[in-house]
Ligand binder design. Structure first.
Ligand code: RP5
Length: 155
């Protein structure tokens, strides 16, 4: 994430990944304030065994795009509301990548952070039977938890 101020939302990524038995590294590396550190981190990510990079940033939100520029790994981007435009600024910055350098862009804020982790689990599940089984269980439990009628006092 681009700032420690993003952690309140981005902590939902690692919490969700844990449900699928997926470990993660959590790092604050700003594309604007620490550009050289970002380059080093991203360029070594694949050789260190990382499979998916989940990025979250607000305001100009360069982090996801710059990350994608430095690696062929799948890069997911979570736009964050850091004030001003309700996260629309970050959403537009992250989703509008030039052809050839994709960022899988999620919803603004907590829903996006949770879905980024689930999408990463789906990618990892393609080559990991344990994660695949947990993902199937998660989807089944989610379906099971949906009531097919509203509570009596709202009917
Ligand atoms: C972005 O600027 C960060 O991702 C954060 O969302 C926003 C504000 O950062 P701080 O000023 O709180 O460090 O780079």
């Amino acid at each position: 994430m681009g700032s420690k101020s993003d952690w309140d939302i981005m902590s939902n990524v690692s919490k969700t990944l844990e449900k699928f038995g997926i470990g993660s590294e959590n790092r604050v590396i700003s594309a604007h304030r620490a550009p050289h550190l970002l380059t080093e981190y991203v360029e070594t990510a694949r050789d260190r065994g990382l499979k998916v990079l989940i990025t979250g940033a607000g305001l100009a939100a360069a982090l996801p795009g710059v990350t994608a520029a430095h690696t062929p790994l799948p890069v997911l981007g979570v736009p964050l509301d850091a004030g001003g435009f309700g996260g629309m600024d970050a959403l537009m910055a992250i989703v509008q990548m030039p052809p050839g350098v994709p960022v899988g862009t999620l919803a603004v804020g907590k829903p996006g952070a949770i879905n980024a982790a689930i999408l990463a689990a789906s990618i990892i599940a393609l080559s990991d039977d344990s994660v695949r089984a947990r993902l199937d269980d998660f989807r089944a439990a989610q379906t099971q938890a949906i009531a097919d009628t509203p509570p009596p006092d709202q009917a």
